[in-house]
Design a protein around this ligand. Structure first.
Ligand code: SAM
Length: 153
């Protein structure tokens, strides 16, 4: 199952970009044996929130399970997150995508389109940091599913 982070904004270099690239490469290395990956980051740019959310919706591949990252979303444990990815893979989904908004967040239309709203708690995180946190959780999920000792409860 292919994974994509569809994210508003472009980042040229910087610590968050290094973290995203590093964790997605680690995800691919562990996920290869699990039927997971490749994982990619697709950056999308627009200047208005409505336009941004529309571009994110349009970038969702047909049949993909879409998870919108949103501070209003439900927070789940890393093991539950791994379980969600595993369940979508086992359903035979070809794509799972994660939608990260810009400075103004997502529209109601995007939230309605998403199959799941995922929160990292009620605090608002910078969108570039949210990407990096998500990439780490993807790697952690793959490690959990592979039985590697990276994750400790
Ligand atoms: C700066 S935040 C947008 C905040 C905006 N006030 C809103 O209403 O969503 C940019 C993006 O980062 C992600 N993000 C920020 N904090 C988050 C959190 N606590 N949980 C999940 N995603 C978060 C979301 O994808 C959000 O659209």
């Amino acid at each position: 199952m292919r994974i994509a982070i569809l994210a508003i904004g472009r980042q040229k270099g910087g610590p968050e970009a290094i973290l995203v690239a590093d964790y997605l490469a680690r995800f691919d290395a562990v996920g290869r044996g699990l039927g997971l990956g490749p994982a990619r980051l697709q950056e999308i740019e627009d200047k208005k929130r409505v336009g941004e959310s529309r571009l994110l919706i349009d970038a969702i591949p047909d049949g993909a399970f879409a998870v919108a990252l949103d501070e209003r979303g439900k927070a789940i444990s890393s093991r539950a997150f791994a379980g969600l990815i595993c369940a979508k893979r086992d359903e035979g989904r070809r794509d799972m995508v994660f939608l990260v908004g810009g400075a103004d967040g997502h529209t109601d239309a995007l939230r309605a389109r998403a199959d799941r709203l995922l929160g990292f708690g009620p605090m608002v995180w910078p969108h570039m940091l949210a990407r990096a946190m998500l990439a780490e959780q993807l790697y952690r999920a793959a490690s959990i599913l592979s039985g590697a000792p990276y994750h400790r409860d």
